[in-house]
Design a protein around this ligand. Structure first.
Ligand SMILES: Nc1ncnc2c1ncn2[C@@H]1O[C@H](COP(=O)(O)OP(=O)(O)OP(=O)(O)O)[C@@H](O)[C@H]1O
Ligand SMILES: [Mg+2]
Length: 278
């Protein structure tokens, strides 16, 4: 009941006369002279959850980094809630509520959990001003500690003392502190044991119930497709398929034809199970 009304509220907050929350148009970018993304477009509507799927090297992280402002596109545009973000650095984008939880988590192993979380609070200063930001930060910390009780219990521990799964929770927690209007998650389960990956998805489900708009990047498809509204598949920097997740879900043959995604998923599970039993 509250989940539905929270979600409705989030929808109406962001539904500025039908403007997409994220509007990526004809993005071209690469490294050195090597082009990676080829005229890539992607729209996320307020309240939506989207999966970006694709094999190793397809350009998923490059897309996320470009949206977050960590890379400058060669051409094309990224707009957020109707505002063209050209030339805007990542910290300002986070201040608008466009927040990336990067691949590899990017947490600081020699800072405490609470210090790591407070880094997410720098975006709040831009958004609310210093005094208000303090209040939002305090509320955010309580919310994150409520959501991930292990982080609350170990708030003075160093980031490096956490397990892989706990570090991922910390990365998500830090992104949440910034109060994302759109949360970008780049392979949140990478390198985690399947059970721990399921715990991460439990958290993502909770966020969805609260109305969180998000884009989740995954190499494997099954769990993501069960979770999102819509998905697209990247292959060598191009979008080769985009559909409602429910339509793609049943189409294993189609997914396998593109990438052997399900096979990749099995490989990852086997590898993480192995690392879990080390
Ligand atoms: N820093 C870099 N310098 C040069 N080339 C890079 C760099 N980062 C990525 N690439 C190349 O760009 C292409 C896309 O990489 P990207 O990391 O975006 O793919 P991805 O879909 O996220 O892959 P993965 O599933 O491995 O995370 C790949 O060919 C990769 O080798
Ligand atoms: Mg990647």
């Amino acid at each position: 009941m509250t989940a539905t009304s929270d979600r409705d509220r989030a929808l109406s907050d962001d539904a500025a006369v039908g403007t997409p929350l994220l509007d990526v148009r004809d993005l071209v970018i690469g490294y050195g002279r090597t082009q990676v993304l080829k005229q890539l477009s992607l729209v996320v509507q307020p309240g939506e959850a989207i999966a970006v799927l694709g094999a190793n090297g397809a350009g998923k992280s490059t897309l996320m980094a470009t949206i977050a402002g960590l890379m400058t596109p060669w051409s094309g545009s990224v707009s957020f809630a109707g505002q063209d973000l050209a030339g805007m650095p990542a910290d300002e984008r986070a201040g608008l509520g466009l927040v990336l939880a990067p691949e590899g988590r990017g947490i600081f192993t020699s800072l405490s959990i609470e210090e790591n979380l407070k880094i997410g609070g720098t975006a709040l200063k831009r958004r609310f001003g210093a005094a208000e930001a303090k209040r939002h930060l305090a509320e955010g910390l309580e919310r994150v500690y409520g959501m991930f009780d292990v982080l609350g219990r170990r708030r003075t521990n160093m980031g490096g003392e956490l397990s892989g799964g706990q570090q991922q929770m910390l990365a998500i927690g830090r992104a949440l502190i910034a109060q994302p209007r759109l949360l970008l998650l780049d392979e949140p389960c990478l390198g985690l044991a399947p059970k721990v990956g399921n715990d991460v998805y439990d958290v993502l489900h909770r966020l969805r119930e609260e109305g969180q708009s998000l884009v989740v990047v995954e190499e494997s498809s099954r769990r993501a497709l069960e979770f999102v509204d819509r998905a697209c598949i990247l292959k060598l920097g191009e979008k080769v398929l985009e559909d409602r997740a429910s339509a793609m879900q049943g189409d294993d043959i189609l997914l396998e034809a593109y990438f052997g995604i399900e096979q990749a998923e099995t490989k990852i599970e086997t590898a993480t199970e192995r690392s879990e039993t080390r």
